[in-house]
Design a protein. Structure first.
Length: 190
């Protein structure tokens, strides 16, 4: 079990690293979006095109990277959508059971299904070096490959969390890890 705990900790560290790196893309995406909006507006006055399909697609690609690579990071830090009607009334051991059942019966099978369903389209896209149908568009095959990375990382994070929840069930306490409670504060100070 110690080996499983170390593997789970390694997955946690990897997802934290990816999440931290990906968070910088939010700023880049916002700046790109602002530039694209201003460039479309200014095009009317300068008489030449200041934006392109490629710049618009870069903005969408950054959003895709943030969403796809941020999914496992969000799961790790428990900031995903959760319906807590009954769960909040349970003991820590009961919460661990609910989370373990949700992870093993829903999350892990869903990730496996998505990997299976995505495999062929991603491979085909790589084989033909798929590009955007828009004039001046970008290659699509690298961004499609992120589907496999996303669901692979989500699967690994789910397995890491399952190990943690099994420990919590055996020990009767909260799962080890930095985020039993979500570490976000939306709207504080408003």
């Amino acid at each position: 079990m110690n080996l499983l705990r170390r593997a789970a900790a390694a997955v946690d560290r990897l997802n934290d690293l990816i999440g931290s790196a990906t968070s910088w893309l939010v700023l880049a995406m916002v700046l790109m979006g602002a530039y694209n909006a201003l460039a479309r507006w200014a095009t009317r006055y300068v008489g030449m095109r200041l934006s392109s399909n490629a710049l618009n697609e870069i903005q969408w690609y950054m959003f895709s990277v943030i969403f796809l690579l941020g999914a496992a990071h969000g799961l790790r830090h428990d900031v995903h959508v959760r319906v807590d009607v009954l769960r909040e009334r349970l003991s820590e051991r009961g919460k661990a059971w609910i989370d373990l059942l949700g992870t093993t019966l829903l999350l892990i099978p869903f990730c496996v299904l998505m990997l299976w369903v995505s495999w062929t389209p991603v491979v085909r896209s790589w084989q033909v070096r798929e590009v955007s149908p828009d004039p001046g568009g970008l290659p699509r095959w690298p961004i499609k490959a992120l589907l496999l990375v996303c669901f692979g990382m989500l699967l690994l994070q789910g397995l890491a969390m399952a190990v943690r929840h099994l420990d919590a069930i055996r020990e009767g306490g909260p799962p080890d890890g930095p985020s039993v409670e979500p570490d976000v504060s939306y709207g504080e100070g408003l």
